[in-house]
Design a protein around this ligand. Structure first.
Ligand code: EPZ
Length: 417
């Protein structure tokens, strides 16, 4: 059984380059299904979720291969619109293929993606939007079958600015007949990235990054080479690690533009942060100051994907902090592992009250999902003595090589197979 071993209480100092963005490349890889030719995707991270997406693309008839750090996808021989169940169970975000397959083949059959540790994660917004776009949706024995004579543009109002639903509607609209307007659309940087990719391939999308996105259907998308941006949550995770251990680090390949709310919190904790076009410098010393109130919100609010990591840092704050998790009802599952370090955390519904302690003690912990696992690594870096973290593959779904990166910053950390 593989595990990660950490000896804590070492300051982090040095420089690390940030990998490509998981949540940007997954929808872009789905979008390659709409490209009538070849896509070359540069700066694609080598993470488990990308490997899973490659398997899905190959299973539906695409040719996919690596060219150094670039992934080349040729969808010319796409021959089915059924997404194999085994992959949907492993990665629920494979539902992002639905919109693209509907746009390309006018049908998609996919297993109902179950919830996961962080929440039920229904897809009613996705399916409701497809039905409003001339798609018939049938659900039987856990399978979802969607068919259409042709996707028709429409006005779609989202009750909540869902990232995945916004992405799926965009993908279904690009080759649709007529115009689609998405009202109350998600504004995450990954939406902007998907639209930048699609427009570069010949799509006509306006308003990406705002709450109203308009897509005019076109006939086809041409071959394209595209460079993915760096992963803002990986960068945020490493910034949080330095905030927790103390030290000074330079993150390269990413600016602070899409991390403003996180950086504001880190500065309130007492960190000094400088940034430029493609670097962020953080310096931290002593115990962090507490943060009276953090509420996770859709972008540009505080990102839910950074909630667990910031909680780990606040476990040693010089006072009491409160976090309210508004996005995923199951995102406190990881707290029982964080408490093993000697943290004082009380959960009341969506609220977590963290009373900082002067020191944490290394222990044996189990990752059960991606960002919670990363948060346990941060706690291990801060704690006295040794921490052993089991189930590292949850972390490897989104982090190319967290041990490599943190070791480069001086951490005493290793993965044992
Ligand atoms: C994306 O998930 C990200 N995943 C998540 O990152 C991220 O936490 C989330 O957006 C919010 O930013 C990818 O991009 C692959 P949502 P997604 O639809 O699209 C509810 C990570 O760690 N909802 O914006 O699934 C839902 O239950 C992952 O990298 C419905 O009710 O998020 C949740 O409460 C974790 N019905 C809320 O909306 C729907 O049809 C936000 O979900 C869809 C969503």
């Amino acid at each position: 059984m593989a595990y990660i071993e950490i000896v804590g209480e070492k300051q982090l100092n040095g420089e690390v380059n940030i990998q490509g963005s998981k949540n940007a490349v997954l929808p872009v890889l789905a979008a390659t299904v709409l490209v009538n030719g070849i896509t070359k995707l540069n700066h694609c991270p080598r993470i488990l979720d990308v490997y899973n997406m490659i398997k899905i693309l190959e299973a539906i008839g695409c040719t996919v291969y690596w060219e150094k750090a670039s992934l080349v996808v040729n969808t010319a021989r796409l021959n089915t619109s059924t997404v194999p169940e085994v992959y949907v169970k492993m990665m629920r975000s494979s539902i992002i293929l639905m919109g693209a397959l509907l746009g390309r083949t006018h049908s998609v059959t996919i297993t109902y993606p179950g919830g996961c540790t962080i929440g039920a994660r229904p897809i009613d917004f996705h399916l409701g939007a497809f039905q409003d776009m001339n798609v018939s949706v049938e659900e039987e024995d856990g399978l979802i079958k969607c068919t259409t004579a042709g996707v028709k543009g429409n006005d779609i109002f989202l009750k909540f600015p869902s990232v995945g639903a916004t992405e799926n509607i965009i993908l279904a609209s690009v080759l649709a007949d007529g115009k689609t307007s998405i009202l109350n659309a998600a504004r995450e940087p990954e939406i902007l990235e998907l639209c930048k990719f699609l427009n570069a391939a010949g799509a006509k999308i306006f308003g990406a990054g705002s709450e109203r996105i308009e897509i005019e259907g076109v006939d086809y998308l041409h071959s394209i080479e595209y460079t993915a941006s760096s992963d803002r949550i990986v960068a945020g995770t490493y910034l949080a690690a330095v905030a927790g251990t103390g030290g000074e680090a330079v993150l390269t390949g990413i600016g602070s533009g899409c991390l403003q709310t996180l950086i504001k919190v880190l500065r309130e904790m007492g960190c000094s942060i400088l940034s430029g076009e493609d670097y962020i410098i953080i310096a931290s010393s002593g115990r962090p100051k507490p943060i009276p109130f953090i509420r996770t919100m859709p972008y540009p609010g505080f990102p839910t994907d950074m909630q667990s990591q910031i909680m780990s840092v606040l476990m040693m704050a010089t006072g009491t902090s409160k976090i309210v998790e508004e996005i995923f009802e199951g995102r406190y599952q990881n707290v029982k592992e964080q408490i093993k370090f000697g943290a004082d955390i009380r959960i009341e519904g969506r609220e977590a009250v963290i009373t900082g302690v002067p020191s944490l003690t290394g222990c044996e912990v189990y990752a059960s999902e991606l960002r919670g696992g990363a948060a346990l690594i941060i706690a291990g870096l801060m704690a006295k003595g040794k921490t052993t973290l089991y189930n590292p593959y949850f972390i490897e779904r989104g982090y190319e090589d967290i041990c490599r990166d943190l070791k480069q910053l001086g951490a005493d950390i290793r993965r044992v197979s």
